[in-house]
Design a protein around this ligand. Structure first.
Ligand code: ATP
Length: 805
């Protein structure tokens, strides 16, 4: 670019930075001043108000002064917050105020406007001229959606047409323009090249300066109830999702708060991996959770829940154990919409018969039996929903308990207990009674006055015998305390035998059919029943049973909904079952859903197809409310790695690599595990010497990870290796050994596949595992085997890889 142009741009940049600095300078004392003022008001809050409650007027005045003081304080605090936010965003802009510019000539005008785009807006002193536009403003979408020529953007008032005369990109560091490109067709391949060539990080980066057109469509999609993004590995799904959160928070800043958005992540490490993107963009993080965390919370501690990682570990390692097939069939069936309908029908059936309750026992006696509950339950209007009848039953039980409690006061054990009250308990009771004493005194006083006025003697002097009253109150209290847990458990609906009701479902085929109207029952149903029941008997629950179990619980107790949440994001969406989607839909009735995933990486048994006529996800809200965006360009890996990995899939032909080159994947056949391990460590050392500092040895299973880790660690140079397990919560850079399913969504400079033999990845199901593992690599991919190559590697054309010497 011409030196003159460069100089003009640097001068403008200097001017903008001057203005930023001046504005920050103005704000600083205000920010600090307001902070001090608020602190001072808080400190002197009670000095400023004189509390006087002697008369009604004084009391009223005191009340109003407190209110006024509180209002002043909250106004100062609000203003302080606002100014601090402004100050922070200026501060963020200062080192690099913008990354893009478009010159746009709007139709009907005769002068084009220069639009500079950065991570937030900055307006000149006149309050009108935008020196920098926030990347989320409508006009900024020009930069992402168009190349020079005819262009338009959408505003709330309609579409604005015009011509883009220039599109420029900058790399600015510490106030200096380092690079500047005029872009043509796509947003600067040059800039993107540079971004992608960088090393992997322990935290995901924001992609704000190089968002691609198809990603922008995801970020700014406003009109669908369900947005599905099916995108190849490394196509920027997670990146786009996080930018979308930032966009939504900006666009709806008056009505949407970060905690009204929830992201379901595949695992806890992923949470840590993506946690810095939004703060980097000046936004608060949304809520992040895993489905497992959610299920565990609502299922409580009565059953021990298997997690999805133990489930997949079983699927991958237990092929030779008995009844493996039945478990797999069970997993598939329990993940289906059919099973959800079966549970709904079962709930209907329970409305007519078959409810199971836990009787209430007290001191080894039946207080209220399950049978009594059942007959009460079925005496209610059968047209009422199950949950409403449960509600009525709960009310009845609480009333019944109150009556029983009253009767219980005369029981002999109460008297005994009275004798054994220890001093502490007694003191407590006495304290309580002391409060009652005042009531008692008033009553006594009233009785005396009443006697005088009415000139009638009191009927029974003993009514007000304090000693007797004291004993009464004491026994009342003792019984009340003992009944407290009973009431609590009724309030928690523990009288419903959910476990029994879920178990009851797994009877013989005829019974199951009768209860659920299910026509298609899995072939190995008897064995599935046996396994499910045996697990429940041990007070454990298979992962595939967790959502159905919770769903049944909610059909009985009333469906739990969260109406606060407005947006639900599901990352790695292919790993959720149709059943789980239906459940999420019910759980968040007021939320829009964004599902991002890749069926090419569907490694769990309960996978859901994200697109196509047979996709249950498309059926979830219906086609008219669903939008599908497909991403086929892969940004993470070099062209050579993408060409190699896409051939691992049967239908990967449409995946398009981004034009960034590197060495071809390396295949190393090494005889014997020991030699392989030594070779790997040598290769790791070489990669480190090349400057790569995020390196993963990826294994198929956690069991293999542990063995690999143990043996690699024994070799010189292997001491610094980290083992990543499902318990690992934070993602750090370095050299690590990790099973594929925990590496989902994450990336590394270099990936080494520990054992890519036919034994390890031989079954059709393993194809996607191997693909997922290989696609974690950004710059280098190396595969090792100690025997023959996996059948997915064998047929690959020899020009796609190098063979190691
Ligand atoms: N527009 C972009 N500009 C710069 N980098 C990008 C862009 N899109 C994607 N990337 C980079 O590509 C890599 C992959 O992105 P991301 O993890 O979001 O992909 P993904 O589709 O979620 O991948 P996977 O399904 O394999 O987990 C990241 O390093 C990301 O920063």
């Amino acid at each position: 670019m011409e030196a003159k142009e460069w100089r003009i741009e640097q001068e403008r940049l200097d001017q903008v930075r001057e203005k930023l600095k001046a504005r920050m300078g103005e704000l600083e004392p205000e920010v600090a001043g307001l902070h001090d003022q608020a602190a001072e008001i808080r400190r002197r809050f009670w000095e400023e108000v004189t509390v006087n409650t002697s008369s009604d007027e004084d009391f009223e005045e005191t009340f109003y002064t407190i209110k006024q003081q509180a209002a002043v304080l909250s106004e100062r605090e609000r203003r302080h917050q606002l100014l601090t936010q402004q100050w922070r965003s200026l501060n963020r802009l200062f080192p690099s105020p913008y990354f893009g510019r478009v010159d746009f000539l709007e139709e009907g005008l005769n002068q084009s406007e220069q639009i500079y785009i950065g991570v937030s807006s900055f307006v000149d002193e006149d309050g009108l001229s935008f020196l920098v536009y926030d990347w989320r403003t409508p006009i900024a979408s020009l930069y992402y959606d168009h190349s020079p020529g005819a262009a338009s953007y959408v505003t709330p008032a309609g579409r604005i047409m015009g011509t883009m005369e220039l599109k420029r990109q900058y790399q600015i560091q510490g106030g200096q323009i380092r690079h500047m490109f005029d872009a043509s067709v796509t947003i600067g391949d040059e800039l993107l090249q540079q971004m992608l060539a960088k090393g992997a990080n322990s935290h995901m980066k924001s992609i704000v300066s190089t968002i691609q057109k198809e990603q922008n469509a995801i970020i700014r999609n406003d009109d669908s109830r369900l947005l599905i993004v099916q995108g190849a590995a490394g196509s920027g799904k997670t990146s786009a999702a996080l930018q979308r959160v930032a966009y939504l928070l900006y666009k709806n800043r008056d009505s949407l708060k970060a905690d009204q958005i929830v992201l379901f992540s595949p695992n806890p490490i992923f949470n840590s991996y993506v946690s810095s993107v939004l703060p980097e963009l000046g936004e608060e993080n949304m809520q992040q959770t895993t489905l497992q965390e959610y299920l565990e919370y609502w299922l409580g501690s009565s059953l021990r829940l298997e997690d999805p990682f133990d489930q997949i570990e079983y699927v991958l390692t237990a092929q030779s154990t008995p009844n493996y097939e039945a478990r797999l069939q069970g997993m598939k069936y329990k993940a289906s919409e059919a099973f959800l309908r079966a549970l709904e029908n079962y709930a209907q059936w329970l409305g007519r018969e078959g409810m199971l309750f836990n009787g209430i026992r007290f001191r080894d006696r039946d207080l209220i039996t399950a049978e009594q509950m059942r007959s009460h339950f079925y005496s209610y209007d059968p047209s009422l929903r199950l949950a409403n009848r449960v509600d009525l039953l709960q009310k009845w039980l609480l009333k019944e308990l109150s009556q029983l409690e009253r009767k219980e006061r005369k029981a002999s054990w109460v008297e005994e207990e009275l004798q054994y009250l220890d001093s502490e308990q007694y003191a407590e009771v006495f304290g309580e009674l002391h409060k009652d004493r005042e009531v008692f005194d008033i009553a006594e006083h009233y009785a005396v006055v009443y006697e005088k006025i009415s000139k009638k003697r009191r009927g029974d002097e003993g009514d007000f015998d304090f000693a007797e009253r004291e004993e009464d109150l004491l026994s009342q209290r003792i019984v009340k305390m003992s009944f407290k847990p009973l009431r609590q458990s009724v309030r928690k609906l523990s009288f419903i035998d959910v476990q029994g009701l879920y178990t009851q479902l797994f009877g013989d085929e005829a019974a199951y059919r009768e209860k659920t109207n299910e026509a298609e029952i899995p072939v190995l149903w008897p064995e599935i029943c046996k396994q499910t029941k045996a697990k429940l008997d041990r007070l454990e629950l298979f992962y595939e049973d967790a959502t159905p179990y919770l769903y049944l619980k909610e059909l009985l107790e009333g469906v739990r909904t969260n109406t606060e949440i407005r947006h639900v994001f599901v990352d790695e969406g292919q790993d959720y079952s149709p059943f789980q989607y239906e459940y999420l839909k019910k759980l968040f009735p007021r939320a829009r859903m964004t599902v991002l995933g890749d069926f090419g990486q569907a490694i769990f048994t309960q996978a859901t197809k994200l697109q196509g006529d047979d996709s249950p996800l498309v059926r979830l809200y219906g086609e008219s409310e669903t939008n599908l965006i497909r991403l086929v360009r892969s940004y993470r890996s070099t062209r050579e790695i993408v060409e190699f990995t896409k051939k691992l899939l049967t239908d990967g032909s449409e995946i398009v690599p981004f034009a960034r080159s590197g060495p071809k994947p390396l295949l190393a056949t090494i005889e014997g595990g020991e030699k392989r391990d030594a070779r790997m460590l040598k290769d790791i050392a070489a990669l480190k010497a090349e400057g790569f500092d995020s390196i993963a040895v990826i294994t198929k299973t956690a069991a293999e990870s542990r063995t690999a880790f143990e043996s690699l660690r024994m070799i010189q140079g292997g001491e610094a290796l980290q083992l990543i397990t499902k318990e690992t919560v934070a993602f750090e850079k370095g050299v690590m050994v990790i099973p594929v399913y925990l590496a989902k969504g994450i990336e590394f400079d270099a990936v080494l596949i520990y054992e890519a033999s036919s034994q390890a990845y031989g079954r059709e199901n393993d194809r996607k595992l191997l693909y997922t593992a290989c696609t974690r690599a950004m710059h280098r991919l190396q595969l090792y085997t100690t025997s023959d190559w996996s059948p997915f590697v064998q047929p690959l054309p020899a020009n796609l890889y190098e063979k190691a010497q």
